[in-house]
Design a protein around this ligand. Sequence first.
Ligand code: AMP
Ligand code: MG
Length: 434
Amino acid sequence: MDLEVHATAERELGATIPLAMPAPVAPKVLPFEDVRRLVEEYALTLSPTLPEMLPLLDCFGLVVAEDLPADRDFPPFPRATRDGYAARTADVSTPPATLRCIGEIKAGATPEQSAVIVREGQCVEIMTGASVPRGADAVVMVEYAERSGDTITIRRSVSAGENIVAKGSEAKSGDVLVPRGTRVDHTVIAIAAAVGRPEVAVSRRPRVAILATGDEVVDINLRPGPSEIRNSNSYSLAAQVQNAGGEPVILPVARDDAGELALLLRKGLEADLLLITGGVSMGKYDLVEQVLASFDANILVTGAKIQPGKPVVFGEVKSGERTTPLFGLPGNPVSTMVTFQLFAKPLIDALSGAKPQPLAFAQARLQSEFTTRTGLTRFLPAKLGGTHEEPQVEWLRWQGSGDLMAAARANCYIVVPPDREQFAAGESISILLP
Ligand code: AMP
Ligand code: MG
């Protein structure tokens, strides 16, 4: 630990200088579920970012900061759901029945065209999406009718309301269709469009600082030396952050040097959330926790009983009025990805104004047997396939948590509970979807 450099870095930023390194943080290594619960509970204490009005399509992936009410009834008129004949059920109760067609109503017809009234013995030709005329209480599908001039022979009876969606039965004018706090997906976009909202208030993307650490880690536009590697983690994290609705801010790579780490950490703490990658293991140059301690960080977790990602750190740094939550994610690429998904994502949800979304677990049949060791909850790269009747999952061979290529071949993780070591082919097993 190079205290002098640390002190210089701090002085440059005009901060107070911790002259002696504080005592190391007492270990808080918790089971997977406990860490997840802890971050979810922590997330609920966070305030969302300020709202802004954005054009509808720019809202995709963000969280609505207002309730979106129905501006009219849905449907706004009794809607025909089939092409056919609008008729009175009483007239067709004993088929075959003969009716007289008195007109046609197509989708988008004018109020005058739709104003006909169907009386006893009559029907109106109608198209899907048109307004069912008064007097009619069902639509007979065109498949069950024969036409000869204005005479229609109906071959089947219908029940009241058949092939009609009643006015206001999907929603009443004024009903909240999308509550504040909902993440905008294509269905929300459709509703906003349907209620005539070309702009919607959404919470701003929370700024998420990403700080990679390691003497061996070089920027992606530099040629790495023989024992150096390119910084893939900052970019995979940035993609995950963006996908979660955050705005990634990639900081320069910090060398394994306390001073440099402190300087960049300070910068990262200006964001809404700080993600550090690397430097949290037990190695001699894993300095993140020590440097965090020098910031008086409140460290809530120093590890999770999981693989990959065991050394994950979670905490917060208070400075004045401001508190910045942070994660120290282990530097192995798959560990970084998994720990982001398991633990960091709920904080981005909350900062964006949404409730933390539950993890997407499912069950699939194991394609081939495998053995592991007990003690940790494992998230193993796997490939989900099979059919809708029988989803199958195949465990992928990997070289451990640094095996980026295995993660790229996978489309889910097999979730192995800490008390199991042997799994047979054909067994139903839990998987975690992206
Ligand atoms: P660490 O967590 O610092 O002990 O790093 C664990 C492993 O992850 C080492 O093999 C590192 O070289 C690798 N690693 C650390 N940071 C990165 C990064 N930003 N991009 C790719 N690999 C990394
Ligand atoms: Mg390192």
